[in-house]
Design a protein around this ligand. Structure first.
Ligand SMILES: C[S@@+](CC[C@H](N)C(=O)[O-])C[C@H]1O[C@@H](n2cnc3c(N)ncnc32)[C@H](O)[C@@H]1O
Length: 243
């Protein structure tokens, strides 16, 4: 397992820089493009993730971080109905600005801060739950990302990784392949004004390890009770593990 490698990036630093710049360019239209291009199913994926970790969210003092939070949709789904606050971090300033405005509109107590997921500014073993929604795939080094999550989680703490995967059924996979390679760059590009972002998206999904490989990498990073489930025919997979 390596990490995201956008075209032309020659090092992990350049890959991270490209990813940060790309999200900065699409931040103003990120939510609209997401909901439209997924036919609103993305809301269901995040709500499902929140349900799967609800038992932790219900613990009054549980310390919860949503990393690579983007415009905050997963963090806000986690925070919904929760007594305590949820922490949420991202390394792209325009995405955080959009997230903060949304949280204010919804009167959410989510606390946003700027941070690289590979260098979280939190103490060892200080968190009970770390989630990441559609952000893990963009990390410049997947093993380093898992090691950082593992470091920040207390023993027994949980990690939840929601990420694109590959559809299971060959006919559905072919249809989805056509949609993501042909339609997505056209519509996403027109909506956001940044076609390269929506060429990178299906490309990064195609290069991302399979669900089984990601589960193995989590075990290798010493997560235990690792399990995953496919959502929407395998377009997305949710991985869970314990530190
Ligand atoms: C596809 S968006 C997902 C946003 C949100 N979690 C969601 O569910 O819509 C990926 C986010 O990951 C962030 N990201 C990528 N690499 C990162 C890193 N190394 N550290 C922090 N954030 C990162 C990007 O800035 C972007 O906002």
């Amino acid at each position: 397992m390596n990490g995201a490698k956008p075209e032309g990036a020659r090092s992990e630093e350049e890959a991270a820089q490209w990813v940060r710049g790309m999200f900065a360019r699409v931040a103003h239209r990120y939510d609209l493009a997401n909901h439209l291009l997924s036919f609103n199913i993305d809301r269901h994926w995040r709500a499902h993730t929140a349900r799967r970790v609800r038992h932790i969210l219900e613990e009054p003092g549980a310390r919860v971080l949503d990393m690579c939070c983007g415009t905050g949709d997963l963090a806000l789904a986690l925070a919904k109905g929760r007594e305590g606050s949820v922490l949420a971090s991202d390394f792209c300033h325009p995405m955080l600005t959009a997230a903060r405005a949304k949280a204010e509109r919804r009167r959410s107590r989510t606390v946003f801060f700027e941070a690289d997921a590979l260098r979280l500014p939190v103490r060892d073993a200080s968190l009970d739950l770390i989630t990441v929604g559609f952000g893990f795939r963009n990390l410049a080094n997947y093993a380093a990302g898992l090691a950082e999550m593992r470091r920040a989680l207390r023993p027994g703490g949980a990690a939840a990784i929601l990420e694109f995967s590959q559809p299971r059924n060959p006919a559905f996979a072919a249809l989805y392949g056509f949609y993501s390679r042909r339609i997505l760059p056209l519509v996403g590009g027109a909506l956001s004004g940044s076609r390269d972002a929506y060429i990178y998206l299906p490309d990064s999904v195609r290069k991302f390890p399979s669900a089984g490989e990601l589960a193995d990498a989590m075990r290798h990073a010493t997560f235990r009770d690792v399990a995953y489930e496919f959502l929407t025919g395998g377009i997305v997979a949710l991985h869970l593990g314990r530190a």
